[in-house]
Write a protein that binds this ligand. Structure first.
Ligand code: GTP
Ligand code: MG
Length: 346
């Protein structure tokens, strides 16, 4: 019987790998998706140039990380064209003014099915829906950290062929269970991808390296390094980005042969049974578990939905930002129930 059980289990994991690959394929955008996004990006750039001649729209989010599924939105941020000004602060009032101006230009162009200006939001944005492509698009101001963290995610996704399918499946699972919406107290798509990367950094042996811990002898990443945000704070955004070289070097390390099915089971087991929600923090910056105590996230902070820091995930650049902070007690309990149910179901 033991042999028979093992056989059933092996068959099950092999089938899971095939099913997960099928889900991954079904989520892929059509072949012309990239060209369509580029064309929309260029049209929007032309429109924006009339009100912000010294600024350029840069893509971030899943169009950059390679994790865009069919119909994913296009995330854009307005940045100074001259790299010398890239770190300069743009006061929030000026961001709000720009948002109003851009929204007006978009309205007047007649190319948009929807235009919403949100100048007073914590992150001022213009939300659009393009008539021609049907794509949704958010334009924010000076979000250099998001551009850089999207590039960091892209590098991780290129380092191992299992990373992208696993991230797609987990994002898809979170969407289907409605646990991928920070506005309603669950982790963002971005946060789920950080959890996947962290899991792959902490398997035994590790499948992904820690890019913020590797240093090249050459000058660090051209537009990374020290970044100053519009509110005057500074962030160390260096990471090793020579993916080709690293892939070659990784070939010499002990390989972890886990299949996609095994990794999916392992990911859900991690957050259903193993992760210490009370004490631990996930951190892709270090590829390790940090403690809430060390991050000073073990104190209750009043004023923001009572309890928080219930499921702690450190942002790779904005180290004081816990991406799990959006969760209150009922939301965290609901999420843990969903994770446990998935792990039991396998
Ligand atoms: P889909 O739109 O579902 O395909 O996912 P996405 O990869 O575009 O992720 P999401 O829409 O959640 O976020 C878009 C980008 O915004 C991410 O890639 C990050 O660069 C950035 N971002 C999202 N949430 C946060 C956050 O809480 N903190 C920071 N610093 N950046 C964030
Ligand atoms: Mg997006």
């Amino acid at each position: 019987t033991r042999f028979a059980n093992r056989k059933i289990r092996t068959d099950f994991v092999e089938q899971l790998t095939l099913d997960a690959m099928a889900v991954y394929s079904s989520l892929q955008p059509p072949a012309d998706d990239h060209a369509m996004r580029q064309a929309l990006h260029e049209r929007l750039q032309t429109l924006v140039a009339s009100v912000a001649p010294n600024a350029t729209l840069l893509q971030f989010g899943s169009s950059v990380s390679g994790l865009a599924s069919k119909g994913a939105d296009l995330d854009l941020t307005l940045m100074p064209t001259d790299p010398k000004h890239q770190n300069e602060a743009l006061p929030i009032e000026e961001q709000a003014q720009l948002v109003e101006l851009i929204a007006k230009v978009m309205e007047d162009s007649g190319q948009m099915a929807e235009v919403h200006a949100r100048p007073k939001a914590r992150v001022p944005i213009v939300a659009l829906k393009d008539s021609i492509t049907g794509l949704k698009c958010d334009i924010c101001m000076c979000n250099q950290l998001a551009v850089l963290n999207s590039r960091l995610l892209r590098c991780y996704m290129q380092l191992d062929p299992r990373a992208k399918p696993l991230a797609f499946c987990v994002k898809h699972w979170a969407k289907r269970r409605s646990v991928n919406d920070p506005y309603h107290g669950s982790p963002s798509s971005y946060a789920w991808v950080l959890l996947v990367i962290h899991y792959l950094q902490t398997t035994s042996p590790p499948i992904l390296p820690v890019l913020q811990d590797l240093f090249s002898h050459a000058v660090p990443y051209a537009d990374a390094g020290l970044v100053r945000t519009p509110d005057g704070r500074e962030f160390d955004c260096y990471f090793y980005d020579d993916v080709e070289r690293l892939r070659a070097a990784m070939g010499a390390l002990p390989a972890n042969p886990a299949s996609l099915g095994q990794l999916l089971i392992g990911f859900f087991r991690r957050y259903a049974r193993e992760f210490d929600f009370v004490k631990s923090v996930t951190s892709i910056r270090t590829g390790a578990f940090l403690t809430k105590h060390a991050k000073n996230w073990d104190k209750k902070e009043a004023g923001f939905r009572g309890d928080r820091h219930l499921f702690c995930m450190e942002d790779p650049f904005e180290l004081t930002h816990d991406l799990g902070r959006v969760m209150d007690l009922p939301a965290a309990a609901w999420l843990r129930t969903a994770l446990k149910a998935q792990s039991r179901r396998k």
